[in-house]
Design a protein around this ligand. Structure first.
Ligand code: NCD
Length: 318
């Protein structure tokens, strides 16, 4: 971080490189925007495009909302009809975007760490464009992670010693990867639950893996993950999947909801499989922060985009 309170980044691809102070500054900035704080004054236009190669409702629209609230010019990009369908590489597509005058590209892609070749081109390559990662395969999801941190902070006011259970299809979830790492660094105590075949021992270093009924009454946050069927090609557990059995064994139903502490919250990045991870009746229940997470996402994404604008001196922001 530079001498001001503003976070400055050339690209925003992962939470792993952010310091705890930078996370705090981004939450503060997002809360400022949420409370009606003025957007930074742009003296030059800033052009952004949203390149979503995987499906999205909330993240795509949320980024566009954030961009428009910041006064950026949004250039449409339709991945399904783009030249990537003709075999053009993501690098070449990005080269074109930069040549057209686009300053920032928000990308969602199924390949883990697709961004490495864009932000660290080799010595014969000269791509210069800000990349904001809207989700890479089962790798990272920095904007979801930071809006989750904002939502937890809004409710509890701190992270220290909060007990957070991450439950569900953990191995396939980029939300889980980003959140387990950052929550641990922020001082929260992470626990895991869900099917053992979607858990991997490599996560033991972040927290304990326990049956949901041993966790539910102790936790401050129950963070549920969607069962990600689209990432289960070749997984023998996909053929055996039974929604009702999953819900009974690993989901939050009314009984488990009632067992939670009064002040505890449920989070889910969406989209929710009703009556799988969470009973459909509980989506808008008082302890559930699903809608609040989406509200907060717009403001956190404003803070993230601003950090890259400042890092690249875009819009006349110094
Ligand atoms: C998440 C994602 O795409 O990783 N969704 C989102 O961005 N809100 C989680 C999911 O798809 O289950």
């Amino acid at each position: 971080m530079k001498n001001s309170n503003f976070v400055t980044l050339k690209s925003f691809v992962s939470v792993e490189k952010l310091t705890v102070a930078e996370v705090g500054a981004l939450i503060e900035r997002a809360e400022y925007f949420k409370n009606g704080g003025a957007r930074p004054h742009l003296t030059q236009p800033v052009y952004v495009t949203n390149m979503f190669f995987e499906n999205s409702s909330r993240t795509h629209t949320s980024f566009e909302m954030a961009e428009r609230k910041l006064g950026l010019t949004v250039i449409p990009f339709d991945a399904a009809h783009s030249s990537t369908q003709k075999g053009e590489t993501l690098y070449d597509t990005s080269l074109i975007m930069a040549a057209l005058g686009i300053d920032l590209e928000v990308i969602r892609h199924s390949e883990n760490e697709y961004y490495e070749k864009l932000i660290h081109p080799n010595k014969n390559q000269h791509l210069n464009i800000g990349v904001i990662n809207a989700g890479d395969g089962s790798g990272q999801h920095p904007s979801q992670c930071l809006l989750d941190m904002m939502t937890i902070h809004e409710h509890f006011g701190h992270f220290k010693d909060l007990k957070v259970a991450i439950v569900g299809d953990i191995t396939n979830s980029r939300v889980a990867k980003s959140n387990m790492e950052l929550l641990t660094r922020l001082g929260a105590k992470v626990y895991f639950s869900g099917p053992d075949y979607w858990y991997d021992k490599q996560y033991d270093k972040y927290g304990e893996y326990l049956p949901i009924d041993e966790l539910v009454a102790q936790m401050d946050v129950m963070m549920l993950l969607r069962v990600q069927h689209e990432r289960h090609a070749g997984d023998p557990n996909e053929a055996k999947f039974d929604a009702k059995k999953y819900h009974d064994k690993y989901g939050i139903n009314q009984k488990r909801y009632n067992a939670m502490k009064d002040d505890a919250i449920i989070m889910h990045p969406g989209p929710i499989n009703h009556d799988v991870e969470l009973s459909g009746n509980l989506v808008e229940a008082p302890k559930c922060r699903f809608v609040r997470q989406m509200e907060n996402g717009v403001f956190m994404r404003m803070a993230m985009i601003e950090a890259v604008m400042r890092g690249r001196n875009l819009g006349g922001l110094s």
